[in-house]
Design a protein around this ligand. Structure first.
Ligand code: ADP
Length: 262
């Protein structure tokens, strides 16, 4: 059978990438981009060569969380050159191609499919230990495209907060992953708890250990728990990469331990 040239190109590019890990979530706003970006930095800090491809076209926030917003993608004879992020993480995002902050991406599934093809096949990723795919929330077009287009995808990492609405949506994502035959590498529970800076008491804002329980019930591993922390949202808001700004924080240690096991 005839294989389209672009798919051959994806095959070629992706054959040089050892692990392809897509970070998914049931819902938006649970910290998927924060987790993708900081996991990428943690892997790179451990000496791995890492790329991050942002296919969250409608809400591309990984560049800001990696501190590389406002940079531009260029191309040379070997393809599109990724932007260099902290620890040498190679970053590609639609955000680098949008003219203004308030430019929306109004695309149907077919166009997003084509864009994902280009991000995988036209970018000169080179040899990578890990390619982290920051997915949009949910189980829509992009998730299907990634499952279909990435050859030998290593698996999905699922981000949730411990609320019922988020864990319910994650159950759907896990079932989706099983439907498309992609392995679930595990669940990361974000915003697990808040530790009061004045008296050190722990508060379970969205409920205690609901992510852990959901993971157990669905038969998937809980990879780590990350607190709700004003330092995290502050770093993300100003576009400073949290992991490199607070390398010895307990949260960065959680990312390092997840990265080690990946
Ligand atoms: P998603 O990619 O799931 O839509 P984001 O990564 O964009 O979510 O995070 C949503 C918002 O929550 C951002 O403003 C981010 O800075 C903030 N955030 C994420 N994780 C935490 C956390 N653990 N503590 C505090 N704020 C967080």
């Amino acid at each position: 059978p005839q294989v389209p040239a672009v798919d051959l190109q994806i095959q070629q590019r992706m054959s040089k990438v050892k692990h392809k890990v897509a970070v998914i979530s049931g819902k938006g706003g649970v910290g998927k981009s924060f987790v993708s970006s900081n996991l990428a930095m943690a892997l790179a800090a451990q000496g791995k060569s890492v790329g991050l491809v942002d296919v969250d076209f409608h809400g591309p926030s990984a560049p800001k969380m990696l501190g590389v917003r406002g940079q531009a993608l260029v191309a040379d004879e070997n393809g599109i050159v990724p932007v260099q992020g902290p620890f040498g993480v190679k970053v590609v995002s639609i955000d680098f191609l949008l003219p203004k902050d308030d430019t929306p991406v109004v695309w149907r599934g077919a166009i997003k499919h084509t864009a994902i093809k280009q991000f995988l096949g036209d970018v000169n990723w080179g040899e990578l230990d890990y390619l982290i795919v920051d997915m949009p929330p949910g189980t829509g077009d992009e998730a299907l495209s990634v499952a279909q287009l990435v050859p030998n995808i290593t698996g999905f990492v699922v981000v949730t907060i411990p609320s019922e609405v988020s864990t319910l949506a994650v159950r759907r994502s896990i079932t989706f992953a099983r439907t498309v035959n992609v392995k679930i590498l595990g669940v990361i529970e974000n915003m697990s708890y808040f530790m009061c800076p004045t008296d050190g008491s722990t508060h379970y804002i969205f409920g205690e250990n609901k992510g852990r329980r959901m993971a157990e019930e669905m038969g998937v591993q809980l990879l780590g728990q990350i607190p709700i922390d004003p330092e995290i949202s502050a770093a993300n808001d100003v576009g400073e990469p949290f992991f490199s700004k607070h390398p010895t924080s307990s949260t960065s240690k959680v990312f390092l331990s997840i990265a080690e096991g990946l």
